[in-house]
Design a binder for this molecule. Structure first.
Ligand SMILES: Nc1ncnc2c1ncn2[C@@H]1O[C@H](COP(=O)(O)OP(=O)(O)OP(=O)(O)O)[C@@H](O)[C@H]1O
Ligand SMILES: CC(=O)N[C@H]1[C@@H]2OC[C@@H](O2)[C@@H](O)[C@@H]1O[C@H](C)C(=O)O
Length: 361
């Protein structure tokens, strides 16, 4: 049994999530603590700048350093709030910030300087979780499925675990051991965030208030849902900016745009069911989207079975991805699989991640 730390900076660019777990890298996992360190607006803008101009290497280098130092800060805060010493923790799983993800070109880039994080924290760091999977013919994403399946081990199946972050991803867990299917569903909150930011300067549609006062433009929604991605069978995964919707939404009010994009996220989840081996008896939702009552209510009515936030099972829906990379870091150290043909399309179960040892610093 090991104590592991996981760090995640997700596609919604809202901050660093840091989680501590105790795990055997198999079926045992216990949450020990969680911290989130929100990014100030100015840094979020700089991150957006890198997403828009990933080839500006001077900017990328600068932002990577700041990003990594913010992660080191999150580590210190989590150690302080859990009362743990760094010597108690075997390693940090450091996901980094996805800047670009293009599985068709076998490219995925998670920004983050593992050597700097190791120096700053005095801890071993496992990083670069996605490359090995891509080299084995996989999408390099999603990687949360094995962790979702472990969390769901005692729950009635088939079950769907849905993450609504910047992008949406789902894990279908079937009744037999190892029965699992996963893929990115479509947009999560990123398109809504971008729209709301452009139209009102706010960072998100807090509690779905704009969407609740808007009307879905069904013609625009149909056009958005006619994107070929939704007809492609899994394995499949997305970049934060895979869907370009600005032109579709031209002329819509802030409220109607928010309502239509919220319905787009929901419609994409509904379409995901087409690929499940059998219908889930229940959906458990994690990620920031579960805080949006308009999204949750529409999911409930469209999916027709129980849709609940993962808190209904006592999980922390904000911590799950950071916990996942703590869990995967241990599996990486032990040479175990991080992904399967049915979760990323890799040709075989593949391990992955690279270890940066503190002694090397
Ligand atoms: N109260 C709320 N009302 C509406 N939306 C919310 C609320 N709280 C969070 N969100 C949404 O959740 C998003 C953050 O979700 P989360 O932290 O799960 O994303 P992420 O981990 O960065 O993304 P990914 O899982 O794609 O890597 C915010 O950008 C916002 O859009
Ligand atoms: C390339 C990348 O960073 N993808 C993220 C993104 O955010 C959600 C979805 O798209 C998922 O595929 C993935 O994150 C989680 C942690 C995953 O790998 O499971």
């Amino acid at each position: 049994m090991d104590v592991m730390m996981g760090l995640m900076s997700g596609t919604s660019l809202d901050g660093v999530d840091a989680a501590l777990i105790e795990t055997d890298g198999e079926r045992f996992v216990r949450s020990l603590g969680f911290e989130t360190l929100p990014y100030p607006d100015a840094f979020r803008m700089r991150l957006r700048g890198v997403l828009e101009c990933p080839d500006d290497t001077a900017l990328a280098k600068d932002v990577e350093r700041e990003l990594t130092l913010r992660h080191a800060d999150a580590v210190q805060r989590l150690l302080a709030s859990t009362g743990r010493g760094r010597e108690e923790i075997r390693a940090i799983g450091f996901h980094g910030q996805t800047i670009r993800h293009d599985p068709d070109r076998q490219q995925t880039w998670q920004m983050g300087d593992a050597a700097l994080l190791s120096r700053e924290t005095g801890m071993d760091v496992v990083h670069d979780f996605r490359t090995a999977d891509m080299r084995a013919g996989g999408q390099g994403a999603p990687l949360a499925p094995l962790y979702h399946a472990v969390k769901a081990v005692r729950l009635p199946k088939p079950l769907a675990v849905l993450n609504l972050g910047g992008v949406g991803n789902v894990t279908w867990v079937g009744p037999e051991d190892g029965d699992i299917l996963a893929f990115d569903t479509g947009p999560g909150n990123a398109l809504i965030d971008d729209w709301v930011y452009r139209n009102s300067g706010l960072v998100c549609d807090l509690d779905g208030k704009l969407a609740a006062h808007g009307h879905v433009d069904t013609e625009v929604l149909q056009a958005l849902l006619s994107h070929p991605y939704f007809r492609v069978a899994p394995p499949k995964s997305l970049d934060r900016n895979s869907f370009v919707v600005v032109e579709n939404l031209q002329g819509l009010s802030a409220q109607d745009g928010a309502a239509t994009l919220t319905a787009f996220t929901v419609g994409a989840v509904v379409r995901a069911q087409d690929f499940f081996p059998s219908p889930p008896v229940r959906w458990l939702v994690c990620g920031g989207g579960r805080h949006n009552p308009v999204l949750m209510q529409q999911l409930s009515s469209e999916l027709g079975v129980s849709v609940q936030a993962v808190e209904s099972e006592g999980w922390n829906g904000d911590a799950l991805e950071a916990e996942c990379f703590a869990y995967l870091a241990l599996r990486s150290l032990d040479g175990k699989a991080l992904s399967l043909p049915s979760t990323t399309g890799a040709s075989r179960p593949v391990s992955g991640g690279r270890l940066y040892r503190v002694a090397a610093a």
